[in-house]
Ligand binder design. Structure first.
Ligand SMILES: [Zn+2]
Length: 414
C-alpha cells in the first residue's frame, strides 16, 4: 500500500475526492497548500453566517445569482468548488479557511478586496460577488462565466446527467442564502428600476452586476434631442463637405487640402483668406442665420450661413432643438444646398439627398452622446475662431478696394 501511495493519491485527486487548494498568502502570492482537502470531511457552517464571518457590508454585495435546478445532484457543489479551486485561491479570515461543506469563499484578486462565494441550498447553487472597492461588472462576468462553464461541464460531460437542467435567476443583495423562492428573472428589471423583494417584503433599487450594458433599459432620446442630433450631423457631415468642395474649387494656389484636418473653423478661415465671394452685404456680426435675408443668396452669403448655423449648434447648452426651430433651419439649409448642388456639382450623391437621408435616419442614444461630445469638443477652438475671424474680417475690410464705406465698418465693430 505504502509504495502505491503517490499513485493512489494522484488517482483520487484526479477524481476530485481529495484536492490541493491554492491559497493567497499575506504577501499576495498564490501558494499551493501542502495538505489535502477532502470535501466530504469538511466542517459545516450555517450558510446564512458566511457573510457575517467575512464581515461583508451589504453595500459590497452583488445581487445573488442563483442556478436553480430541477434536481440538484448532491456532489455537484463539491465538484464545482474543486473546479473553482483550480482557478481561484481560497479566501481566509481570522486564520480560518473559507472552505466549508456546501459553501466556499474565493479571492478574485490579489488584494483580497474582491471575493466570491459559492453556496448550495436546497435545489440551488448561489453565486455572490463581494467587492469592497468600486463594483467592476467585468470581474463579476468573468467569475460567472467560469462558474457557469464548470457547472455545464460537470453536468454534461463529467456525469452525463442529461436529465439535470438549471435556470439562471437572481435574488437581492442581502438574501440569507437559504431563502429559496421568489427569484427574479434576468431582463425582468433594468438598471436603476425598483423591484419588490419577496424575501424582505420591501422594494429595492436594482443594480446590474452581471450582464453590463445588455440589461440596461433602452433609453429613448427626446424629439428635441433628435432634432439636435440631426442638425449637428447635417453641420458636421453635409455642410462641412459643401465648404470643403467649395474651398477645393476656389483654391487656385495648388495647396493640397486634407479633409480630415479641416473643420468648419479652419475652412472658413482659409476661405476668408482667398478674398473672393464676399457676402453681398459685407461681413457683419450675425447671431442667428435668420438675420440673413432670403435674397442674400451668393456663395459668400451661404458660407456665412454655414458658419452661423454651426455656431448655433455648437453653442447650444441644452443639446436640444425644438421642432419649430429645426424646421426653420431645415428650410434654410435645404434652399442653400439646392444652390450648392448647382454651383459645386458634387461627386456622388447630391447635397440635398444627403440632407434627406439624415432627416430620415434612425437615431440611437449612442449617436446623441457621440454628437454631443463632438460638438462640445469644438467649443474651445470656436472661441478662438470668433476672435480670429473678427480680426481677419477687419483686415480684409481694410484691404478691399475701393475703401470700405463707414457703415460697414460700424457694423463690424459692433
Ligand atoms: Zn431583499
Amino acid at each position: 500500500m505504502r509504495i502505491h501511495k503517490e499513485h493512489i493519491l494522484e488517482v483520487i485527486e484526479k477524481f476530485d475526492i481529495i484536492i490541493y487548494p491554492l491559497l493567497l498568502t499575506e504577501s499576495g502570492n498564490v501558494q499551493r497548500e501542502h495538505s489535502f482537502y477532502v470535501p466530504c470531511m469538511l466542517q459545516t457552517l450555517k450558510i446564512k453566517d458566511i457573510d457575517v464571518l467575512f464581515n461583508v457590508p451589504n453595500a459590497s454585495k452583488s445581487t445573488c445569482l442563483c442556478f436553480v435546478f430541477s434536481f440538484l445532484p448532491p456532489y455537484l457543489i463539491s465538484n464545482l468548488i474543486v473546479s473553482c479551486l483550480r482557478e481561484y485561491p481560497l479566501a481566509v479570515v481570522k486564520g480560518e479557511i473559507g472552505l466549508f461543506k456546501d459553501c466556499c469563499v474565493f479571492n478574485i484578486d490579489r488584494t483580497g478586496c474582491a471575493k466570491f462565494v459559492l453556496a448550495k441550498s436546497s435545489h440551488m447553487i448561489q453565486l455572490q460577488v463581494w467587492q469592497w472597492d468600486e463594483v467592476d461588472t467585468e470581474v463579476n462576468q468573468a467569475v460567472l462565466k467560469i462558474v457557469e462553464r464548470e457547472i455545464n461541464r460537470i453536468v454534461n460531460t463529467r456525469y452525463k446527467l442529461k436529465t439535470v437542467s438549471f435556470e439562471k435567476k437572481w435574488k437581492c443583495e442581502t438574501t440569507s442564502f437559504s431563502f429559496d423562492t421568489g427569484f427574479l428573472e434576468f431582463d425582468q428589471v433594468h438598471d436603476g428600476e425598483n423591484y419588490y423583494c419577496e424575501e424582505h417584503a420591501t422594494v429595492h433599487k436594482y443594480k446590474d452586476y452581471w450582464s453590463g450594458e445588455k440589461s440596461k433599459a433602452p433609453r429613448r432620446i427626446s424629439s428635441d434631442q433628435q432634432n439636435y442630433v440631426r442638425m449637428s450631423m447635417i453641420v458636421l457631415e453635409v455642410l462641412s463637405g459643401v465648404l470643403y468642395d467649395r474651398l477645393y474649387i476656389d483654391t487656385k494656389t495648388g495647396e493640397i487640402l486634407d479633409r480630415d484636418k479641416l473643420d468648419i473653423t479652419e475652412m472658413c478661415k482659409k476661405y476668408c483668406a482667398l478674398k473672393i465671394n464676399f457676402p453681398s452685404k459685407g461681413f457683419r456680426k450675425i447671431e442667428k442665420v435668420d438675420e440673413i435675408s432670403t435674397n442674400e443668396d451668393t456663395i459668400g452669403d451661404d458660407i456665412q450661413r454655414i458658419r452661423v448655423i454651426r455656431n448655433e449648434m455648437q453653442h447650444s447648452s441644452v443639446f436640444a432643438l425644438d421642432d419649430t426651430r429645426y424646421q426653420t433651419l431645415i428650410t434654410i439649409v435645404h434652399d442653400m444646398l439646392t444652390r450648392f448642388d448647382q454651383r459645386n456639382n458634387p461627386a456622388g450623391e447630391s447635397y440635398v439627398k444627403r440632407l434627406d437621408e439624415i432627416r430620415k435616419m434612425e437615431l440611437e442614444t449612442r449617436s446623441f452622446e457621440e454628437i454631443k461630445e463632438r460638438m462640445k469638443a469644438g467649443n474651445l477652438s470656436d472661441i478662438f475662431f470668433m476672435f480670429e475671424v473678427q480680426e481677419q474680417i477687419l483686415n480684409l475690410e481694410r484691404q478691399i478696394t475701393p475703401r470700405p464705406n463707414r457703415n460697414r465698418w460700424k457694423r463690424v465693430q459692433q
